[in-house]
Every structure is written in C-alpha cells, then in structure tokens.
Design a binder for this molecule. Structure first.
Ligand code: PLP
Length: 395
C-alpha cells in the first residue's frame, strides 16, 4: 500500500520506544529498572479522580466545544493571573489532547512550507519532527552542559534568516532540566522583537522547579513580549495526569481561534471527562503538587550525588523537571563486556540488554555523548540502578 513521503520519514518517538521496550521486558518477568519513562510514578491525586467520576455521573459524556469547556479555559487564565500575574481572556485558550497536541496545533496554525523555527538542543524529541511534519524547518542551536545549557545569544542572532518565524523555548527543559536565566530570556525577547518573531514557550514542567526557585515565563518580562508569546502547557507532569491527555495553548485570540478551527476538523474536543478532571486539578488543593515536587527533589539530589561518584561521568544538578542528563562521553569508544560502544544509542542498548537498565540516548535529543535518566522512580530503584550502571561501565 502507498505510504506518503511524509509518513515514510517518521520514526516513532525514541523516548516512548525505550519505555515500551522496558515495559515489555518487565512483562516477560525481567527485573528492568526503568529510567526511560517521561511520566511521574505517583498516582493521579484522589480529588482529581473523584472529579472525573462526578463528571461521568453528571452525564458529561458528550461532545464539548471543540476548543474546550469554558470552565477549564477560565481556570487556566485564572491560574496564569494568580500565579504569574499574566492577564489573558478565556477566548485566548485552546484546550487539546495533551501538551504534545497543543504544540502540533501551534505548528499547524503558524507554519508555511520552509518557515524556520529556532530550536535549542538538547531538545525534546518531538519538536523537530512536529515542525517538519507541518512543513517547517527546525534550526538547531546547540547549548552545552558547561554553561548550564544556556544558549549563546550571538549564535541565535546568527541563525536568523528571512525565513525565521519563531523561537521555541522549553524552560524547565526536557531532557536537561535546565532553566533559562532571566538575562537569556530578556536577550531572546529582544531578538524576537527586533526580527518580529513569535516566541513559543513550552512550560509543561513549570511546577517542577527545585530549591524554592520560582518559574519565570518569558511572557512575564513585559507586555510586548507577552503579546508575541504563545504558551504551551498541560496537566500531565504537574498533576501526574499523563494518561488523561489534557494540554493547551494560550496566545493571541485570533491564533487560538484558528488552532480551535483546525482541532474542530481533526479531533473535535479533548475528552470531556478529562477536562473536568483537569478543572479539579487547576482549581482544587495544590498540596499534591508540592508533595510530588518534594519527592522529586530528594530523588534528584540522591541521583546526581550517586552519578557524580562514578568515574568519568559528569552530571549537572538539574534545577527543574525530573531528568538527569549526565555526560557519558568518556565511555564512548570503549569496549564494555566485549561490546564496542561507539554511541550513546549503543550504550543505552548495552545497558538495557546486559544490565536491565533502561535509559534514553542523548542522540535522541540531538546531544550525542549524554544519557537521559528519569527520576520518576523510587530512591530504592535509583540506588539499584546506579549500582548496576557502575558495574556495567566497569567503574
Ligand atoms: C517538553 C515537553 N513538552 C510537552 C510534552 C507533552 O506532554 P503531554 O502531551 O503528555 O501533555 C512533554 C511530554 O513528555 C514534554 O516533555
């Protein structure tokens, strides 16, 4: 059967692929320690599940408005105002089937063939693929661990062409956990203003920031920057709601309306019951978020400490998200247990097959020489995993 050019170039998400492989091995009875997953290991808080049950009982089982229920839109803009002082109207929101879908809607609404989007590497695996699927061209700018993954503003200026339409920011970042400093955000905002570019700010990890540090959205810098920014967000990571599939974009009213029109043709509304659950997440008690954050912070501290004790591994302390992103380049080019390991992919495969540790190779994020390890698992698993890693590396 015919497969389109577009589809034939697509590879499945490597993060989902690695996690699925680990799950299948666990299903076969193998004691795999999974550091590959991109989702919190906590159950969705009870009051959120109860709201979903109540929505079912109340008969909220039909189509909703394509871009989401007004109550959830009001809750999203309400939280942006109370938490971050950002003023939006409800008609500036389009609610989608997860943050990933909200981002896809952004590219579809914005990009014409050949339009360029500045993307910082290490990047979340889906950004370049999504942009290309929508006819755009991701222009990758590398950041490095020695500078805490902060971009070089001169490199951003040099990368801009007449085809550049947007700069994509993901702070805190998947995979590095890095957070862009205020002066970097200010620099990016100035560049965007100078070249009349849109800023897309994926803030899905904004509640998972450690050491009491607060989230700074680029939209908070000044009114002009807010107006040229589109926020992408969702409930998956903050409320441990990955399976519920609720995310959203917030931006200029006309843009949100167009995204809603696309969605109305493609998927109609996101799940009605999940929208009521997300409403409870945003408007209900928030101590569950603080509790999860506290646990993540303890795991992070332990994980980074343990990894830094392995000779040859260098690891930044991630200020946000739930991933560590160690530099393992010292182990590339070596022979481990009789296997020649040349790339981070080969290392990840060796670790999975030989030592039952699942990780994601840095190459999936455009950063060869690194591994991404998620700390969405118990401290006990982190301890056991690091022991296995040490043994596998012969360290
Ligand atoms: C950086 C980033 N953005 C967006 C998403 C999408 O989240 P979801 O579609 O589960 O809401 C993810 C999920 O892994 C992510 O890591």
């Amino acid at each position: 059967m015919k497969i389109s050019q577009r589809a034939s170039h697509i590879q499945p998400s490597p993060t989902i692929g690695m996690a699925a492989r680990a799950k299948a091995m666990i299903g076969e009875g193998l004691d795999v320690i999974s550091f590959a997953v991109g989702e919190p290991d906590f159950p969705t808080p009870e009051h959120i599940c109860a709201a979903a049950c109540a929505a079912l009982e109340a008969g909220h089982t039909k189509y909703t408005a394509a871009s989401g229920i007004p109550e959830l839109k009001a809750a999203i803009v309400g939280r942006l105002q109370t938490e971050f002082g950002l003023d939006y109207d409800a008609d500036q929101v389009c609610i989608s089937n997860g943050g990933k879908h909200a981002l896809m809607n952004i590219w579809k609404t914005m990009l014409d063939p050949g339009d360029e989007v500045i993307v910082f590497a290490p990047y979340w695996v889906s950004y370049p693929v999504q942009i290309e699927l929508c006819g755009g061209h991701p222009v990758i700018i590398m950041t490095n661990s020695s500078r805490g993954f902060q971009p070089d503003l001169d490199e951003v200026r040099e990368a801009i062409t007449s085809r550049t339409v947007a700069i994509l920011i993901n702070s805190p970042s998947n995979p590095t956990g890095g957070i862009f400093e205020r002066e970097i955000l200010e620099g990016l905002a100035a560049i965007a203003a100078e070249h009349d570019l849109t800023i897309i700010s994926d803030e899905i990890y904004k509640h998972l920031i450690y050491q009491g540090r607060e989230h700074l959205s680029i939209a908070m810098l000044d009114e002009e920057t807010r107006q040229r920014t589109i926020l992408a967000d969702g409930v998956a990571k903050s409320y441990s709601m990955t399976g519920w599939r609720i995310g959203w974009l917030v931006g200029p009213q006309q843009f949100a309306a167009k995204a809603g029109s696309i969605q109305s043709q493609e998927t109609s509304n996101p799940c009605s019951i999940s929208q009521y659950a997300a409403l409870a997440a945003l408007t209900g008690p928030q101590d569950c978020v603080a509790q999860m954050r506290e646990q993540f912070e303890q795991r992070r501290d332990f994980f980074v400490g343990a990894l830094r004790e392995i000779e040859g591994i260098e690891c930044n302390m991630p200020p946000g998200a739930f991933y560590v992103f160690p530099d393992i380049s010292a182990y590339l080019g070596r022979e481990l247990a009789g296997r020649k390991i040349a790339t981070s992919l080969e290392l990840a495969e060796y670790l999975l097959e030989d030592s039952l540790i699942s990780t994601v190779p840095g190459s999936a994020f455009g950063a060869e020489g690194f591994l991404r390890l998620s700390f969405a698992c118990s401290v006990e698993d982190i301890k056991r995993g690091v022991e296995r890693l040490k043994a596998a590396l012969g360290a």
